[in-house]
Design a protein around this ligand. Structure first.
Ligand code: DSN
Length: 411
């Protein structure tokens, strides 16, 4: 029998079915994507989407919030437990919203912030001039050195000159550990607040595979759908003293009604992340990234910072021994034809536009969720290297191998 969606809107139903098949038939190596559990999906598509609940538990602007209050409280408590934080706000609709609210809590228009340069691994909301964080605030940036690493002494010098009110650390494309405690020392030395954006590495932090910034940063922001494997959304944690400011900056400062179905799905994801299995999964993510990185290097590909100690790596095509004339966009397109999905990415000292780029960002969280093992990641490295080395002529062969792999690991 046709299900309701199929009956009412077969156009949307059919496209969703096609996307389901695409997800089944492609290997996802986009470092920021993952597959949620069916429990998360169930909460996300529940009747909670029907409820308005502006405000916070026990302090709402609408009636009928008894049940959603319980959900938001559970979500907050689980999040606090997961990271050991004093205060949690689970309402941000996304990581971007979380960061904007964090600035809104601390800054006035025109205040100075210091964040990581977008081209060298940062995020749009860390002060990019095309984002509200770089337009509404006076943003300065730090980057990486010639080895692809954050040079903390240099960050200290820039902070001393810029005198920021806020330093933002965390990244979207940085393959190495981030020293949050050093960032806090730098922030303290110039009297700045420290915001740590852990969107990419949140899962690794939960599993104790990366330093936890909660004890160092005044505010910690994240998404919930990357390594954390929850629904699409954002979160903020902070020290007690800033709790009121953060809550006010999220609602009514920068958002209206919270998405209660998503807040429930976040709670489910936090419960899953509190299980021992989650630690095993994160350990696999990290080990698989190292396997992939080493195998790519052995084929002559150059990785920014020469490797990884988290879930992602950046291939620098300009420095690699193979595929030297290809751009990030060309390789992304060729890999897509072979059913491997990655994203082109700028590399340090990038000469090309963000639409073309000289690099690729590759990550293991989604494929690890799918169940791929160490040997599969060695195979994937060879497939990527074949595409880069032999171009179009290798696409058909790699495509057939990818389909075999996808069949072996159904979603
Ligand atoms: N777009 C995300 C990523 O891919 O890293 C960051 O917001």
């Amino acid at each position: 029998m046709k299900n309701n969606l199929q009956h009412i809107d077969s156009e949307i139903f059919d496209i969703i079915e096609l996307e389901k098949q695409r997800q089944q038939d492609y290997i996802t190596l986009i470092a920021s994507e993952n597959y949620t559990s069916s429990a998360v999906l169930a909460a996300q598509s529940s009747c909670l989407t029907n409820k308005y609940a502006e405000g916070y538990p026990d302090r709402r602007y609408y009636g009928g919030c008894v049940e959603v209050d319980k959900i938001e409280k559970l979500s907050q408590e689980r999040l606090k437990k997961l990271f050991g934080s004093d205060h949690a706000n689970v309402q941000p609709h996304s990581g971007t919203n979380a960061n904007i609210a964090a600035y809104f809590a601390l800054c006035n228009s025109g205040d100075t912030i210091l964040g990581m340069n977008l081209n060298e691994g940062g995020h749009l909301t860390h002060g990019s001039k095309v984002n509200i964080s770089g337009k509404w605030l006076n943003s300065h940036t730090y980057g990486v050195d010639s080895n692809g690493l954050i040079n903390y002494d240099r960050v200290q010098e820039i902070a001393k000159e810029a005198k920021p009110k806020v330093i933002v650390c965390g990244a979207s494309a940085y393959p190495r550990q981030i020293d949050f405690s050093r960032f806090r020392q730098i922030a303290d030395s110039v009297g700045a607040y420290l915001i740590a954006d852990i969107a990419h590495i949140a899962g690794l932090i939960v599993a104790n595979l990366h330093q936890n910034p909660v004890q160092y940063a005044h505010i910690v922001t994240s998404t919930t759908h990357k390594t954390l494997r929850g629904p699409r959304g954002g979160i903020i944690m902070c020290v007690k003293d800033l709790a009121k400011q953060i809550d006010g900056a999220v609602f009514p400062g920068t958002q209206g009604g919270p998405l209660m179905h998503i807040i429930a799905a976040k709670a489910v994801a936090f419960k899953e992340a509190l299980q021992q299995d989650f630690v095993r999964y994160q350990t696999d993510v990290k080990n698989n990234a190292q396997t992939l990185a080493n195998a790519l290097k052995s084929r002559g590909l150059k990785l920014v910072s020469d490797g990884t100690d988290n879930h992602l790596m950046l291939i620098d095509l300009t420095q690699s021994k193979i595929g030297n004339n290809l751009t990030g966009k060309e390789v992304e397109d060729l890999l897509f034809k072979a059913n491997i999905v990655v994203n082109k990415n700028t590399v340090p000292n990038e000469r090309r536009s963000p639409f073309i780029t000289s690099g690729l960002r590759v990550g293991t969280p989604a494929a690890t969720t799918r169940g791929l093992q160490k040997n599969d990641f060695i195979t994937i490295a060879d497939m990527i290297a074949d595409i880069i080395e032999y171009g179009q002529s290798s696409v058909q062969k790699v495509h057939a191998k990818v389909l075999d792999l996808c069949k072996k690991y159904p979603l």
